[in-house]
Design a protein around this ligand. Structure first.
Ligand code: NCD
Length: 307
């Protein structure tokens, strides 16, 4: 059974296919309004989420399907001690496809070994978050016209930010990509990603803690929240949480066609005064995420023979 655990589970041509389907849905939503009639998506969120869960649910409703949901791990059998494997074996009897978020790295992989329906990883701890990346890719594609030749600045919590990890993996497959990794020392990109993705694929990157200095060369600036829930102590979080705050003044040196992205939720990293800047794309990402999740649900249900 095909599941999507990591963004690299999708080939470049499948990403192209998802983008084409999403664009077609955007152009003619009525053609897709009934395609999943009678089908059920289960959302299993063992970790807080607003947009990702609602995005999956809205996606399934807009395809004409149904949603069953376990939104709060505290009220589920997980709190009685049930394993992820057992929960998935049970839920795959009820649903045609499952979107799951879990605080433990690797939980989605365990789920995919125990399912009879496709599983979509909606975030596993600080590891990865492939469907946020599909939203990011559609946004970059629509705003920049493609992926090759871009200099991408990633700023904030590069250590725990799973959306950053998945986006680096995804963008590393295109031509002439450069990364500028902007973070405090303590929140640098994990070395396994530097070694296995950037160095192995000979992708140029620089590490810096200075956002202003990096700004003029960027085509994409991807801001992230400091991931409070993954810190071992509150003191470190409080010291690091406001390391970067993007303001209109800091954007003065940016390219006129640079795009500003953020997976949301935003805490302090982007001042609300930036929202009116035409380069701000973070709310477009939200909408793009819903369309890419619709495209992904369709692709996986077709492959599974359910549609
Ligand atoms: C991200 C996540 O859950 O990792 N949010 C999201 O899915 N839109 C980013 C975050 O929580 O900071």
């Amino acid at each position: 059974m095909r599941s999507i655990i990591d963004i690299l589970d999708l080939s470049i041509s499948e990403i192209d296919e998802l983008i084409a389907t999403a664009q077609d849905i955007i152009a003619s939503p009525e053609r897709y309004a009934h395609v999943c009639e009678g089908k059920k998506l289960a959302t299993l969120f063992f970790e807080p989420s607003t947009r990702t869960r609602l995005s999956f649910e809205a996606a399934m409703y807009e395809l004409g399907g149904h949603v069953i949901s376990m939104s709060d791990a505290g009220s589920s059998s997980a709190s009685k001690g049930e394993s992820v494997a057992d929960t998935i074996k049970v839920v795959s009897c009820y649903a045609d496809i499952i979107a799951m978020r879990h605080p433990k790295e690797g939980a989605a992989l365990v789920a995919s070994d125990n399912t009879s329906v496709p599983i979509i990883n909606a975030g596993d701890g600080g590891h990865c978050h492939p469907t946020q990346t599909t939203a990011d890719l559609l946004t970059i594609y629509r705003e920049k016209g493609g992926f090759d030749g871009l200099t991408i600045g990633l700023c904030g919590d590069l250590k725990f930010g799973r959306t950053v990890h998945s986006l680096i993996n995804a963008m590393s497959r295109y031509e002439d990509i450069r990364f500028v990794l902007i973070s405090p020392n303590e929140l640098k990109l994990p070395s396994y990603i530097k070694n296995d993705v950037l160095k192995r694929n000979r992708i140029p990157y620089v590490q810096t803690n200075n956002l202003e200095e990096a700004m003029p060369e960027l085509d994409v600036l991807y801001m992230t929240r400091v991931q409070r829930e993954r810190f071992f102590n509150e003191e470190d979080y409080l010291r690091l949480k406001d390391s970067y705050i993007l303001t209109p003044a800091k954007l003065k040196e940016a390219k006129r066609d640079m795009i500003i992205m953020h997976p949301l939720p935003r805490v302090n990293e982007i001042s609300v005064a930036v929202d009116d800047d035409p380069r701000a794309c973070y709310f477009k990402q939200v909408l793009n995420g819903k369309y890419m999740r619709m495209a992904l649900i369709l692709m996986l249900l077709k492959e599974a023979g359910t549609l």
